[in-house]
Design a protein around this ligand. Sequence first.
Ligand code: SF4
Length: 342
Amino acid sequence: MAIQIITNGTVSIQTGKTLHVVGLSGGKDSTATLLLAIDKVGIDRVLPVFADTGNEHPQTYEYLKHLEAQLGISIMRVKPDFTEEFKRKRKFISEDRRTKRNKFGTKLRWSNKAKRRALLVLYPTGNPFLDLCMLNGQFPTNKTRFCTETLKRDLFVEMVDEIVQANKGNKVVVWQGVRRDESAKRADARKFSRVIRGFYNFRPLITWSVDDVFKCIADHGIQPNPLYASDLSRVGCAPCIYSNKPDLRVLFSGADGQDIIEKIEEWEFLVSSASKKGRAAFFQGRELAGTKKNTVSELVFWDRHKIGNIVKWVTKPGQFKAGDWDALEVAGSCQMALGLCE
Ligand code: SF4
């Protein structure tokens, strides 16, 4: 995976000294961490880095610009470039002549129809989230959460590794906005740790509470990401594969709601086309839309998880009951009395 670096202005770093890298997400913790790093070591030795998934909330992109203007900094935006992966995938599909079957008896080989459909769309779009899903032929799910792994963790590690190599002889400290009270997984996180010689992790907020974080941001005269003032429970992708119903309600009814819905509609078309089965839905990995697995056929389960139906599920006032689909699906189905189609 190649890394593409986009900066808003010039990133100027004093070389020959310890370099302090801050991973920014647009959320409160990383913002507070950035402010502390600037206080402690000075603006010239801090490199703020934002790993862009391509699926962030529009307000987060705006907030990064706001931070740059307020603090007089330039944030390095990094994203993966999957051009080579697309070439390999296209070659694999075009040359696929496998004769074996999987344990369910299904042919492993791409059918000619699926090949033609996928090869029409399998080109990099430049949006990391979409490109990764097209390469995987599906959206991330609970079991295959490749979005965070590839677009955040792996990208950041690879980028820091490049910085460490380029800064041979100088120390690199990565400041992380991790707090112990965030989750049980982080309860034992250490404040300072050595990764390899010359490369350290520093977590200055480790014992902080949420209130401490917001106070720190306010004390610096900075506004937190405006998404915290909305009713969203978390700041992250828009939408996130984990978004719950109340969050989706807020997202879809906001000023950017229609754009977000249209984005997912387009992505579902492209990812379905790029997949061997010819289908994909952003929320397919979860039991949403009042539909439980094994209570309906796989095709119905998949169809009810496409974004158009997710919007119906989210926006219906009150509780959505399984029977509500009957009215919605009859209204949307072919009314032809001759019954020539289903
Ligand atoms: S916020 Fe959600 S969709 Fe975005 S990278 Fe993380 S898990 Fe994936």
